[in-house]
Design a protein around this ligand. Structure first.
Ligand code: ATP
Length: 462
């Protein structure tokens, strides 16, 4: 099985993801996305937006401000309760989340708010510090995960604001604006993609858990009593999206339904779609990729209470007035990108010209997700001008790389490693027969195609 170090190294070497602020020694757990990484993220977001917003008559989009009135976070419960349990090792002073230590040791998910139970399990299981191996823990404390900053003139303090820890609240506070202007009737959803910030106690595992990340969230509003049907609908929809539109392998994902005692007090159902990440020593472990929750009317009710604004919906068909219930599928862009990178990675055996066997690294991205769709490769440098014309012909339609450096074999390998579905080689015959060789990443089959017909050929295959 692939390990996370291999993926991290490939990402750096090929220009997907670099350590943040590297020339200054870095900043722990920050990552910068390079030319290929940004294409990958953009493609993931584009496909999500297409399937969750543009293809749905019952969903509209929005883009809210990251900085919001502090009252939003009081109403949502984040000021009072958005915290994780924290425990220190008295010997080496490393900090950990006790719920995660238990999960790693036993596989059990424990309510992070139940400190008594967490301590009891830590003692019973004799859980030692992963850093120094001692078993000398402090008490468990709670730690609020919201980043604080100040808006306006900061000398005298300015106004306290938080960096949003989720995009969802920007949707709830705009519920009335959007419902009124879009004239959507129940049931309908509002979707958003944007940055979120959490001062995580234990970030790590590459981009799996970072303090700055991006979310793709949908809040789907419906009539009370219908929410569990919609919850099922969105679970199935999310699953089909991961398989059909993102191209993850079915064997690498699973549902984990939350037990009754694990549910947040306002939720009446919740499930995660988990991905089998190559973390840890036991051949990988399942980690949350996507949270899907039926949140009842909690959020809109809280905002009605705290803002004094009426958050009810008037149903013109039944003449009823009610606060809608909400189903929320919430997915991390970066976490999905990591799953995509892991899932796509293949080491194929390939014969070399001298009859030996070589390993060919191929990123088998779904074609919609691949950073480049096509690469144009002039066989030799002196063909570059003519090959550029081919590149110009197709680049407007498909994101296309152009590479002149190294032997053609090496260039094929490089394109395989960045997951480009098609390589187009311009050779000396191309000058005469006005044709190019198109090589398929997955089958390695090569086909001679007329330059005139290249764009149509690629359109049919991409
Ligand atoms: P976890 O248990 O992993 O901390 P969570 O249950 O707090 O996650 P949610 O609040 O449900 O996560 O967030 C929805 C999604 O946002 C997650 O499923 C994940 O894909 C993504 N996400 C949450 N926290 C982070 C993070 N620190 N870094 C990257 N992605 C994150």
């Amino acid at each position: 099985m692939i390990n996370i170090e291999t993926i991290t190294a490939l990402c750096k070497q090929r220009g997907f993801i670099f350590p943040g602020s590297e020339i200054y020694g870095g900043l722990a757990n920050t990552w910068d996305y390079g030319p290929l990484g940004v294409e990958l993220l953009n493609n993931i977001k584009k496909v999500w937006w297409r399937d969750f917003v543009q293809k749905r008559i019952d969903v509209v989009g929005m883009d809210a401000a990251i900085l919001m009135n502090t009252k939003v976070w009081e109403a949502s419960g984040h000021v009072g309760g958005f915290s994780d349990p924290l425990i220190d090792c008295k010997k080496c002073h490393e900090r950990f989340r006790p719920d995660k230590l238990i999960e790693e040791a036993t596989g059990d998910v424990v309510d992070p708010a139940n400190h008594e139970k967490l301590l009891e399990i830590m003692n019973r299981q004799k859980i030692k510090c992963p850093s120094c191996g001692e078993m000398d823990w402090t008490d468990i404390r709670t730690f609020n995960l919201m980043f604080e900053t100040h808006q306006g003139v900061t000398k005298g303090g300015g106004t306290l604001v938080y960096l949003r820890p989720e995009t969802a609240q920007g949707i709830f506070v705009n519920f009335k604006n959007i419902q009124g202007t879009s004239r959507k009737k129940m049931p309908f959803g509002i979707a958003q993609i944007g940055k979120a910030f959490r001062n995580e106690i234990t970030p790590g595992n590459f981009v799996f858990r970072t303090r700055e990340f991006e979310q793709m969230e949908l809040e789907f509003f419906c009539k009370p009593g219908t929410e569990l049907d919609w919850y099922k609908h969105w679970k199935d929809f999310a699953w089909d999206f991961l398989i059909g539109s993102i191209g993850l392998e079915t064997k690498n994902i699973r549902f984990r339904d939350h037990a009754e005692d694990e549910l947040a007090h306002y939720a009446n159902a919740c499930a995660d779609i988990e991905y089998h990440f190559p973390f840890g020593e036991k051949g990988g472990s399942w980690g949350e990729l996507w949270g899907i929750a039926s949140r009842t009317d909690y959020d809109l009710k809280q905002h009605e209470k705290f803002s004094g604004e009426d958050m009810k919906y008037f149903d013109p068909e039944t003449n009823e007035k009610y606060i809608p219930y909400v189903v929320e599928p919430s997915l991390g862009v970066n976490r999905l990108a990591l799953a995509v990178l892991i899932d796509a990675y293949r080491e194929d055996k390939a014969p070399t010209s001298d009859g030996k066997e070589d390993v060919r690294v191929v990123m088998k991205f779904h074609k919609d997700i691949a950073p480049f769709k096509v690469a144009v490769l002039p066989l030799q440098n002196k063909l570059a001008d003519e090959a550029t014309k081919v590149w110009e012909e197709i680049n407007g339609r498909f994101t296309t790389d152009f590479d002149t450096t190294g032997s053609i074999g090496k260039r094929y390998r490089r394109q395989d490693e960045i997951g480009t579905p098609y390589c187009v080689t311009f050779d000396f015959d191309s000058l005469e027969d006005k044709s190019v060789t198109v090589r398929d990443r997955d089958t390695m089959k090569q086909e001679r195609i007329k330059i005139d017909e290249l764009a149509d050929y690629l359109t049919c295959n991409l």
